[in-house]
Design a protein around this ligand. Sequence first.
Ligand code: ACM
Ligand code: ZN
Length: 729
Amino acid sequence: PFLLKPSTPITYQEGDAEMEQTARFLASYIKEVTGYEPKVTTGDAGKGIHLSIASDIQNKEGYRLLVSENGVEIAGASNAGIFYGVQTLRKSIPAAADGIQVELPAVSINDYPRFPYRGMHLDVSRHFFPTDSVKKFIDILALHNMNRFHWHLTDDQGWRIEIKKYPELTQIGSKRKETVIGRNSGKYDGQPYDGFYTQDEIRDVIAYAKERFITIIPEIDLPGHQLAALATYPELGCTGGPYEVWTQWGVSDDVICAGNEKSMQFLEDVMSEIIEIFPSEYVHIGGDEAPRTRWEKCPKCQARIKAEGLKADKNHTAEDRLQSYCMTRIEKFLNSKGRRIIGWDEILEGDVAPNATVMSWRGASGGIEAAQMGHDVIMTPNTYCYFDYYQTADTKDEPLGIGGYVPIEKVYSLDPTFDLNEEQKKHIIGAQANLWTEYITTTEHVEYMVLPRMAALAEVQWTQPEKKDFKDFTKRLARLMKFYQRDGFNYAKHVFDLKVDFTPDVAKKAVVVTLSTIDDAPIYYTLDGTEPTTASLKYTEPVSITETADFQAVVIRPEGKSKVVNKKISFNKATYCPIELTFQPSEKYKFGGAITLVDGMKGNDSYATGAWLGFVGGDVEAIIDLGQETEIKRVATNAIVDMSAWIMGSTGLVVSVSDDNKEFREVAVKDIPAETNIDKKGVENYEITFDPVKARYVKVVIKRSPALPKGHAGEGKAAYMFIDEIEVD
Ligand code: ACM
Ligand code: ZN
């Protein structure tokens, strides 16, 4: 190993200011951990850490990191490569060093990114984040080897960038009178809200990002999401207004009037200032969620459609083509200034601006189609990359969010090239996650939404697919989180939750409980319903439960206890007995099959977890083989009712018994009134008791409801019935 000491110098090549800056970053990173700042000086490789450019490294962001007893060498194909080598060295030093001497293990690393575009987006319109917050966000990007920051600067709820030619944009357009409470509840907070960046502030942030090899891509979203500009200059809209900076969320019908030459001039003027400020080759011009409603009725827009000869065909309306006209026109303007455009995947509807790079957000299909057409593509599918979506299924303790569910595993599983062929794959230039901020008002909340999902995204962006391994990632993540903690980032800790799996083992007639944590922290459990402590049973291997138990488990770390996981397991005479269904559950909801009904575990209030079997079109008829003649006097079962999902309960039970599984004799019948409440949601328990009988086979018929009730959206139609656990005592 190399021993890092206070006397270790960092040397760089004379005359290279970027390399000097990177050397200074490294010195400051070492200082954060060790308390001393290594000397930064020009010079050749020696007894310290040496930075250099190496022309033999192919990938322009690639680097080599060599650590031996004699020194540390970081060589990059470019200064960006050196910067990534420095990030790796930084992350290899423990987050908190024990003493002032740090041992760096001997190593030889050759590393380079899979994709050239490794992005992260932030919406500053819905809520505004001052430059200090944005710089902290950029620091987080740098820690994850990201190189593009997509800055969503304008939207319906506020215009956030100073434009000298149109000063009213920030005097009027950056202010909204109040903000809706919750998810468009109709109630407002009465609090004026505003914020914008001056051009000088923006330039300062651009320089800050550049030092960290991050290019900022500005987005001016057009022709939709433009209410802030329309509120400022109503003549730019089709109706002339009046408009106001929006105080709620969603998609507005009011968009820029693409038939008005003055509006197009406005957009070009704004773009002229944007490219003066931002050196980025790419400018994002939006294009998403632009309803055609106003254009259909607007004489100017209709005149433009006529003058340009824009025609509807079977796939696109003339107004779709007007959107293409608008995007193409701005593209041509920017191309003429040496810039390129990015647009959201809606720009595929109509005639795609010819040189556009497509950002696929409504899933991946738009991006796949664009790559097949030969366009460059950045993958930001909402199903993997929308970090405004919830990161846990258990949302009751989460801050209010827009909805959705993108856990870290899902982010990690993204392969941005999907099933494209080799030629088409070359058009996928990278991936990005987006953070829309309707429900995110503070920097702490921003950090909570992006960390640690950004670490998973970073690996999608950087690592070759054959080297990805989620389990291995989570181990390294536990370490990276110590950096988050040290650097004061507010990160989510769901990955530390206890992971629990309850699997039926039919042969052993047992529920097998498997528990795990990403950091192999100690797990304790009880079977009697008491809360586990360090004095309880310690989990070492899967636990087989073969009798009724109230299972509770918890992780106990030095920092504290995790949430307690709890599961009631109930054994009765039918549990794990062979069971046959004469009418099968629907393909989509058959999950683990009939055994689910006698596995000792009851479903919770969600029908799609696999604990419930879903039937449609017939009664459930289950025949259970108790193995030998057995005395019984009670049968019980459960149904989940969720009328909004067309799921109703049962209308009756019939129990019969048999000694040979051929001749059955009826022992009990119960009628249950059909549900009439069209809003009903919950779990229903059914029970039937009778005089004790002896038999080997029990047949339970669970009758379905005849049809959805009066007043329901599906009135008269067949309902689903979801059943779990048949108990026989
Ligand atoms: C988007 O999420 N509207 C691009
Ligand atoms: Zn118009």
